[in-house]
Design a protein around this ligand. Structure first.
Ligand SMILES: *Cc1c(COP(=O)(O)O)cnc(C)c1O
Length: 219
């Protein structure tokens, strides 16, 4: 599916929900995709991309950014604390702030550098033991901790459990964001971005529906 078709579906989903289509941003998830695909999207005018791996993003984006001004790259994969410094130089946003130790690291770097990427707190709405993110009941103290560190998150992010209806997870995340006065909602992927928009997503993260199936990592 091409960029224009995905954008048309985003606009239709926003309108069906009575929302302004401009309130939904498409993050084109370019992890592991061949550079030709990424260039094609840039040439068509897409300027917001998502990456999962710091090393891959560092190899790919500095040159492409120089060639395509206005490009923004968001980190949507798990972030190790020891890669946080590099992440500050590579990404305009981090969608996966998921633990106090990472918050400490980010707060320290923000002090040192005088700037901070936009932050989204990842919530484990499905309470999956293997999945990153705060449990919903741990969110309030975590947000208080961020405030005390002068970190101001834009919103919340979730990845619903595979094989489950995503919509109740999106709704739960939207309710948490509302409760905490956070405007941003990073939710919805190739298979469920329209449901996410219906529930209030401000960022949808779409990879395979846009670029085709990804080659396996390390492949
Ligand atoms: C890979 C990834 C996506 C994109 O997934 P698709 O199903 O290919 O759209 C979105 N969000 C996160 C966090 C991802 O890791």
């Amino acid at each position: 599916m091409g960029l224009s078709e995905i954008k048309a579906r985003i606009i239709a989903a926003a309108q069906a929900a009575g929302r302004d289509p401009a309130s939904v941003q498409l993050i084109a998830v370019s992890k592991l995709q061949p550079e030709a695909q990424v260039r094609a999207a840039l040439t068509e005018g897409q300027r917001l991309f998502g990456e999962n791996y710091v090393q891959e993003a560092g190899a790919k984006w500095p040159a492409l950014r120089a060639e395509f001004p206005g490009t923004q790259v968001h980190m949507i994969g798990p972030l190790q604390s020891n890669k946080a410094r590099l992440a500050f130089s590579l990404f305009e946003a981090i969608h996966t702030l998921d633990r106090p130790s990472l918050a400490d690291k980010i707060a320290h770097l923000a002090q040192e550098m005088g700037h901070c990427p936009q932050l989204f707190v990842q919530v484990n709405t499905g309470r999956e033991p293997q999945k990153a993110g705060l449990l919903p009941e741990d969110l309030a103290p975590f947000l208080a901790r961020l405030r005390a560190q002068d970190l101001r998150p834009e919103g919340l992010m979730c990845i619903p459990p595979e094989g489950e209806d995503s919509r109740p997870h999106f709704r739960a995340l939207a309710a948490l964001a509302r409760d905490h006065g956070l405007p941003g909602l990073s939710m919805g992927m190739s298979g469920d971005f329209e449901a996410a928009i219906a529930e209030g997503a401000t960022y949808v993260r779409v990879g395979s529906a846009l670029f085709g199936a990804r080659p396996p990592k390390g492949g």
